[in-house]
Design a protein around this ligand. Structure first.
Ligand SMILES: *Cc1c(COP(=O)(O)O)cnc(C)c1O
Length: 398
């Protein structure tokens, strides 16, 4: 058998089968059942928040949050361009428009540019912040904690408070990441802004197959999102609906998986951290790239590892490196293509995008499953060194 080291696969070493079988044998497979509320309770305890609402996906969680922000057609929402597209699409589900922001060296939103944009391109009025050129109101900002690395929430919240818009944290990649110093010491990703969204898709740090959750600073807002996520049912016996709802509730089968995964979350975070350190050690004398770090004053779940390659210093593209590694049985990936360049978003406002262009051209995401062994990590780094080393030899010859 050829060896294959996947980028990121789920880990079911705990009570997953037991709980899913239990849900099956009790017949509760749909949007009712004890595992849904149990998962919500586990998340509330872990995140130290009053109310978490389990839903169908991280995308649904983000959509619920934007609706709760009051984002409407003709509104604007500030979003990052370096992210997965599901952080942005829900803006369009509300028929609003995104404004794309750059990233900084943390891959998260550049807060200096954000501040400059609010100060120089917008006017603060009684009703809120208005974009001068379009006359539209900026209702909200979606900040993504990229690869589990917390964004600069102190600056973001200060800017949002000053300029009067809501903050939705896309914490889909950052369950378990938290601040350990500063204004938000002890606070987890997703519990600082007005809203926080989580994803339990197959590649995330815990999975329910597909699924997500959303929380809110105001308990009432969380309650309302739960109402909207369950078809806005005001009377379950006589089918009275006073608002337009969605079928966004998580199912009991998904939640059964989630409860088992929550039991393992601390161990998953421990392994992600341990493997990151191993990669760091193995890569410390690698001349053609370095592993990106995580923000000072935080403890990250270190969900994904990013190797920043010095592209000019060897002959070869990211694509060639990825396919050479694939041939050795190692799955790696480039970061996302920037959203402001994608077909549906080409006409939207993009504010001084520079670093995102750079980082999207030189980051290689390395295998990061929690099952990775030390021997596999050594093998991955050895192969990267060989492949890139050969490309660099080519340069000296010519
Ligand atoms: C995974 C992810 C989402 C969407 O989550 P789903 O559960 O797949 O809908 C949104 N934003 C980011 C940054 C993600 O990585």
């Amino acid at each position: 058998m050829e060896r294959f080291i996947p980028l990121s696969i789920p880990n079911f070493e705990g009570n997953e089968k037991k709980y899913v079988n239990d849900a099956l044998s009790q017949g509760w497979v749909s949007t009712g059942g004890k595992y849904i509320t149990e998962l919500e309770k586990k998340l509330e305890e872990f995140l130290k928040v009053k109310k978490v609402v389990a839903c169908q996906s991280g995308t649904a969680a983000l959509h619920l949050a934007l609706m709760e922000c009051g984002v409407q057609p003709k509104d604007l929402v500030i979003v990052p361009t370096l992210t997965f597209i599901a952080a942005v699409n829900p803006v369009m589900y509300q028929f609003a428009s995104p404004i794309f922001m750059d990233c900084d060296d943390s891959l998260c939103m550049d807060v200096q540019k954000l501040r400059r944009f609010c100060e120089s391109e917008c006017d603060l009025k009684e009703e809120g912040l208005f974009h001068r050129d379009t006359g539209k109101q900026i209702k909200a900002l979606v900040v993504v904690h990229v690869f589990g690395n917390l964004a600069d929430m102190e600056s973001i919240m200060e800017i949002a408070e000053k300029f009067h818009f809501k903050v939705v944290e896309d914490a889909t990649e950052a369950l378990g990441s938290r601040y350990i110093s500063g204004r938000y010491a002890g606070k987890f990703a997703g519990t600082i802004g007005d809203f926080g969204a989580y994803s339990f898709n197959g590649n995330k740090i815990i999975t329910t197959g597909g699924g997500g959750a959303v929380t809110a600073k105001e308990e009432k807002a969380a309650q309302h999102m739960q109402y909207i996520s369950t078809q806005a049912k005001d009377d379950p016996l006589y089918y009275i609906h006073n608002e337009i709802g969605f079928n966004y509730r998580m199912t009991n089968l998904q939640a059964a998986l989630g409860v088992a995964q929550m039991e393992e979350l601390p161990e998953f975070i421990r392994r992600k951290n341990q493997n990151y350190k191993l990669y760091l050690e193995q890569l410390k004398d690698f001349p053609f790239g370095e592993l990106l770090g995580f923000r000072q004053g935080t403890e990250s779940n270190r969900w994904f590892y990013s190797l920043k390659l010095k592209m000019g210093q060897f002959k070869g593209s990211l694509r060639e490196i990825i396919s050479s590694l694939q041939a050795k049985g190692i799955q790696t990936r480039a970061v996302w293509d920037l959203i402001h360049k994608q077909l549906p978003y080409k006409e939207n406002i993009a504010y001084q995008i520079e670093k995102a262009l750079y980082y999207s051209s030189c980051i290689l995401n390395l295998p990061c499953s929690t099952q990775l062994t030390e021997e596999e990590i050594v093998f991955v780094v050895e192969q990267i060194k060989n492949i890139v080393g050969e490309m660099a030899d080519g340069i000296r010859v010519t």
